[in-house]
Ligand binder design. Structure first.
Ligand code: GLN
Ligand code: ZN
Length: 758
């Protein structure tokens, strides 16, 4: 019998230096022709396959590559093009494909939303009024390409039918079964063609199995996979789950497939428990996701090896496969270009390529190779970092311990605070404000780039920032806003800015990860105890405040968002790391207050992103998040007004936690989900300050006064006007100057009219 084998589930698309992004953007801008574009993409794709082959991976995924998004690919494969785009039949042309993703003059793009609980965004397929058809077989194409060009016997990856339909919209959820049944014959056709084409194994991704499902849904899995088995008895189906444990373990492992892929990293230990207590079927292969596909830390070889040993005892070596916990899409490509990472840290990191090496080391070891030296080195590196000073800052640790005896917030109740704030600020009824940033024009970005390169002195750069700030303070006066902001001209990114000033963070050079389409982010690594090294925002805020009589809000990114948009260390719990960030931010909040800033906004746009996949784990997470926020903001006096801001997700089901943040004023984005958010305020009495964004900042279009009044009216039907604030949806950094001023003038005018009405 063959020994233990190795596999990968998906490889990053973006290339070592974001070549993928560059090619896409050059193509969209008309700088390269389609031929050259496709050639570049092919080179990238083959290079990634070649690297996996060189690494020695036995099961190399194909069709994990995409020109935009794998969910969009699946929709395009079924010819699912919404009617607003022009498309007749047959393979979806490349131009239409990109229009689906990016919109065109006459049609808005498909909606984008988060892929499970990751920071990757997929395009939501629209099923309404559509008859799916198989218009191309992408997995087959990529399988053949890998075989012909590189002699690789690839493992095609496809998104499974139930996950695909569950992630789609435009159908009655009660009809899930009927809708899935429409796709089953198409899937069978794909699978059959793959089999005919010589494919041995197909990885069918059904991550929806890691979410909370109903009995009927599990029944549906049975029906669908039984049908596959019945009609395609010779094909090996590798049913892949990831991101959490599977709730219906017994049912899942009993499905008539040949291999089951389980995540042993993000499963809270439950998948292993199931195997130990309920066994694993003797006729199946277990693909064990034991290398974390979602963070950048190296594996702990000793621990992972022990876990694998346990699995091996339960399934036997010919039936065990070692692999990452999910696609490596969620981590950067390679460490080899990172020359500036301190050795102590670098030894503890593993990006995609290094993770594959880990898979190989562990597989070889299970098959009898002697890797003692490698294991020892791994152990030493981990210990060295864990014991280092940077991870054991006595002051930070003391601060954390202290929390055990304290409530996170020391403030009085909202009523008391509200009275003090009303007295202090004398704001008009329906006060107007903005979310923080003003246009980051080319000039702003250029100045920063020149300063970073050393071509501008710090004095020159700061003078420029001040001039820009002053210009916008005057503009805010002219517009007639009530509460001002300094404009955030000194910031590149809302997490990076703080990460660079706090201790315990590291920024990589090429550590990019795809966020959506060609957009990539470079999450900082939180590798040490988070220390406060002095004021981060005081100078700019105070500068702006000194220019005007109007209150200027201090602007910070909250602990939950900083945590969720970083790669956090793993040796401490989420709660501990979030609290460390919160304690550092608390000092900044206090510094702002001491400098005379009376309103401080702590943004938490990523609060919801951290929600666990399974509802039963929500409460714990929300509790931790709310505590961290309160910790950051809870030491100021009553008169100091704490604001927060959130955007681009559904808040309906976490409204109580939003309330529990206990911010004096919250601004929430609403343009994209207006109706739904309003509904939640119908059944929930919210009584602190609240501004539901009255216009969408994602379009350069200046909104008409009438529209804004309508939006306000709608909000004021469910919210008490005396608590309502008027503001745009989100920060204005992506907008141009003139349109911003014009739009805000319309907003202020609309507010004036509303004041007369209520
Ligand atoms: N204060 C930030 C800004 O205005 C908020 C950004 C965000 O919500 N994503 O840009
Ligand atoms: Zn926002």
């Amino acid at each position: 019998m063959a020994g233990v084998r190795s596999s990968n589930l998906g490889y990053p698309r973006i290339g070592e230096k974001r070549e993928w992004k560059k090619a896409l953007e050059a193509f969209w801008a008309g700088k390269i022709e389609e031929g050259e574009f496709q050639q570049t993409m092919k080179t990238l794709r083959l290079h990634s396959l070649e690297k996996q082959k060189q690494a020695g991976i036995d099961f190399i995924p194909v069709n994990d590559f995409t020109l935009y998004d794998h969910v969009l690919d699946t929709a395009a494969m079924f010819g699912l093009v919404p009617e607003r785009f022009s498309y007749k039949e047959g393979k979806v042309p490349l131009s239409t494909y990109f229009e689906l993703a990016r919109g065109n003059q006459g049609a808005v793009a498909m909606e984008m939303t988060k892929w499970f609980n990751t920071n990757y965004h997929y395009l939501v397929p629209e099923l309404s009024g559509q008859t799916p058809n198989l218009v191309e077989n992408r997995p087959l194409h990529y399988y053949q390409e890998a075989k012909e060009e590189l002699g690789i016997e690839g493992k095609p990856v496809i998104l499974g039918p139930i996950t695909f339909v569950k992630l789609s919209k435009g159908y009655d959820k009660e009809q899930l079964k009927e809708v899935v049944q429409k796709f089953v014959p198409l899937y069978k056709k794909i699978l059959n063609e793959l089999k005919e084409g010589g494919v041995e194994w197909v990885q069918v991704d059904e991550p929806i199995l890691s979410t909370t499902l109903s009995r009927e849904e599990i029944e549906l899995f049975k029906e669908v996979y039984e049908e596959f088995q019945r009609d395609l008895p010779e094909l090996n189906i590798w049913l892949q789950t990831y991101f959490d444990s599977v709730d219906y373990y017994k049912e899942v492992v009993s499905l008539p497939v040949q291999a089951i892929g389980l995540d042993f990293i993000h499963d809270g230990g439950r998948n292993l428990q199931h195997i130990l207590s309920e066994g694993f079927p003797e006729n199946k292969v277990l693909a064990a996701g034991v290398i974390n596909g979602r963070n950048i830390w190296c594996a702990n070889y000793a621990e992972t090896y022990q876990l694998l040993g346990e699995l091996l005892r339960n399934v036997g070596s010919g039936r065990l496969i070692v692999q990452p916990s999910c696609s490596l899409l969620h981590v950067p490509v390679t460490l080899k270009l990172e020359e500036e990472i301190p050795q102590l840290l670098k030894q503890n990191l593993a990006f995609a390529d290094e993770k594959l090496t880990e898979v190989i080391h562990l597989t070889e070891c299970l098959n009898g190779a002697d890797h003692e030296a490698i294991f020892l080195e791994n152990k030493n590196s981990i210990e060295k970092l864990n014991q280092s000073e940077i991870r054991n800052n006595t002051q930070v640790r003391k601060g954390l311990e202290q929390l055990l005896f304290e409530k996170p917030s020391k403030r009085d109740s909202f009523d008391v605070r509200d009275a003090a704030q009303k007295e202090a600020y004398q704001l008009p009824f329906l006060p107007t404000t903005t979310i923080g940033s003003f246009p980051q024009t080319k000039e702003v970005r250029q100045n920063r780039a020149l300063w970073r390169k050393g071509e501008r002195t710090t004095e020159q750069y700061e003078a420029f920032i001040q001039a820009e700030t002053e210009k916008w303070v005057r503009l805010q006066e002219e517009i007639g806003l009530d509460v001002f902001v300094h404009g955030e001209f000194e910031r590149n990114d809302m997490v990076e800015f703080f990460g660079e000033k706090l201790g315990g963070f590291h920024f990589t050079k090429f550590g990019w990860v795809q966020s959506y389409g060609s957009r990539c982010v470079k999450p900082p690594i939180i590798f040490g105890d988070v220390t406060y090294n002095g004021p981060m925002t005081v100078k700019e805020t105070v500068y702006a405040q000194n220019l005007t009589e109007k209150p200027v809000k201090g602007m910070l990114t909250g602990p939950v968002t900083i945590y969720n948009w970083s790669f956090p260390r793993q040796d401490l719990s989420k709660e501990q790391v979030m609290n460390q960030i919160a304690l550092a931010l608390q000092k900044e909040v206090e510094a702002l207050e001491a400098a005379g800033i009376g309103m401080i906004q702590v943004d938490e746009p990523a609060l919801r992103e951290g929600l666990p996949l399974k509802k039963e784990h929500w409460e714990t997470y929300l509790q931790i998040a709310v505590n961290a926020f309160q910790l950051a903001t809870g030491s100021v006096k009553n008169q100091t007004q704490i604001h927060t801001h959130m955007c681009y997700s559904n808040f309906e089901d976490i409204i109580e936690s939003i309330d529990a943040l206990d911010a004096d004023v919250i601004s929430i984005e609403t343009s994209k989900s207006h109706g739904e958010l309003m509904r939640s305020f119908e059944d929930y009495t919210y009584n602190k300050g609240i501004g539901l964004g009255v216009y969408d900042i994602h379009s350069p279009r200046v909104p008409a006064e009438e529209e804004l009044i309508q939006n306000m009216d709608r909000a004021l039907r469910v919210l008490d006007p005396s608590i309502f604030w008027i503001n745009p949806d989100c920060g204005l950094k992506t907008r141009g100057e003139t349109e911003t001023v014009d739009a805000l003038k319309v907003m202020v005018m609309a507010a004036k009219k509303a004041r007369e009405k209520f």
